[in-house]
Write a protein of this length. Structure first.
Length: 107
């Protein structure tokens, strides 16, 4: 009899709990409402800073291209890509967490 014997696997599967129902506790900690406000503000600040970084990087890219400076233009391009990625992460964070919360609840 080995560890991966089908009869042992079926016995082990019968011993595991089939359904666990855990919901988040909104009243467990004091200050949860304030924490949600802070997280929302941080996300908004992140979006504003991402747009600011996008504008600055685009300006650097333009100055580097017009002054025939490939290093500066490359840095500007990299900054534009990073700013777009940061904006996507900040904007999609809530949808991302909610998606994986739903996946976790479905398991």
């Amino acid at each position: 009899m080995t560890l991966l014997d089908p009869s042992l696997l079926s016995i082990a599967a019968g011993l595991l709990p089939t359904q666990i129902d855990i919901d988040p506790n909104d009243t467990g900690l004091p200050g949860i409402a304030q924490l949600r406000v802070i997280v929302g503000a941080v996300m908004t600040i992140g979006l504003v800073l991402s747009v600011l970084a996008l504008i600055i990087s685009a300006i650097i890219w333009a100055v580097g291209s017009n002054s025939s400076n490939p290093h500066l233009a490359g840095r500007g391009k990299t900054g534009v890509l990073i700013a777009c990625g940061a904006a996507a992460i900040c904007g999609g964070a809530v949808a991302f967490v909610n998606f994986f919360w739903g996946v976790g609840q479905a398991i």
